[in-house]
Ligand binder design. Structure first.
Ligand code: NAP
Length: 288
């Protein structure tokens, strides 16, 4: 990698960033494309977030990714926010465009691309069941709703968060049938009859959790997704695959959200396969 006075800078703002894979993925893409660009981690304390965001303009960064815990906090620090990011209330990519800070959210697009490109799934008319109602669930459900799914049911530990998410989806896509259930409700039949089942919680095992997924109801007509990413297959996906379902983990979402950010900053088509190889290698090396 060449670093000189002409190097274009991008990076990631978050805290902590110890395990971030984004520098590896993006720098592999810049190397492959022969771009004199560099992607750096920028750990910021919460009380300095506004200065950090202002700093990317002052330091002539082309853009940054934003990650936990700042995806929502940055919203009111930007000059403009793309409609999808506004709807889900979270920004994961900022572009500095002629001195103006523009916020985007590429997480939803990342998931949608993984589902449609890697698994070849047709979202139109699908019945969706999602476990979790946090930031990832918001991006994923709004992208599925905009993609024309028929219905979305949310099951989450905190019922109030499910209600909030249902409201966000209804506001952006009033035609979608949206509902939520308490973890105590009986949703076994619903699991059997859903087309897409998504784990959007950090839980990799549901044993002993307030949330449960009755894995015996999973079947070959379904796509089962776990947004967690690691080099090991999560137990939910092992169970789903054993019952003939198609499965996707969070690696595709991570990859395609990075590819979308690359395209926003550079205006060039992202070298997705190069980025995928770099991601898999980094996961394996980090034993994540
Ligand atoms: P978040 O905003 O903090 O939301 C976490 C969600 O998980 C909430 O619905 C929360 O329920 C639920 N939850 C957390 N701990 C739980 C527990 N012990 N028992 C039951 N429910 C629990 O986080 P997020 O950003 O949505 O991330 C969720 C997962 O998606 C994480 O594992 C993250 O790594 C993954 N993710 C992956 C990608 C990717 O690119 N693959 C991108 C973003 C996130 P309450 O509402 O009750 O708190």
């Amino acid at each position: 990698m060449r670093i000189d006075g002409e190097t274009r800078l991008v990076g990631i703002i978050g805290n902590p960033l110890d395990n971030t894979l984004s520098p590896t993925i993006h720098n592999a893409a810049f190397d492959y494309m022969g771009l004199n660009w560099c992607y750096v981690p920028l750990t910021v304390q919460a009380e300095h977030l506004r200065e950090g965001i202002e700093g990317i303009k002052a330091l002539r960064f082309t853009g940054v990714n934003v990650t936990m815990p700042f995806k929502t906090d940055v919203l009111d620090m930007l000059d403009d926010v793309a409609m999808f990011a506004e709807t889900v209330g979270a920004v994961n990519t900022i572009l500095v465009d002629k001195g103006r800070l523009i916020g985007y959210n590429t997480d939803g697009r990342g998931f949608y691309t993984a589902l449609t490109r890697d698994v070849g799934y047709e979202v139109k008319g699908a019945r969706v069941l999602i476990m979790g109602a946090g930031g990832a669930a918001r991006s994923v459900t709004v992208s599925l709703a905009l993609g024309g799914c028929a219905s979305i049911v949310i099951v989450n530990r905190t019922v109030g968060h499910s209600e909030q998410l249902a409201g966000v989806i209804r506001q952006s896509t009033p035609d979608i049938d949206v509902d939520w259930l308490s973890p105590d409700d009986d949703y076994d039949i619903l699991v059997a009859e859903s087309d897409i089942i998504i784990n959007a919680t950090p839980l990799t095992s549901f044993n002993g959790s307030v949330l449960r997924i009755p894995v015996s109801m999973l079947n070959r007509n379904q796509v089962v997704c776990d947004l967690n990413y690691s080099s090991y297959q999560p137990p939910l996906l092992q169970e789903a695959e054993a019952r003939g379902a198609r499965v996707i983990d969070g690696k595709g979402m991570l990859l395609y959200q990075a590819a979308a950010a690359f395209e926003i900053w550079t205006g060039l088509e992202a070298p997705v396969e190069v980025m995928r190889v770099a991601l898999l290698k980094a996961l394996e090396e980090a034993h994540i």
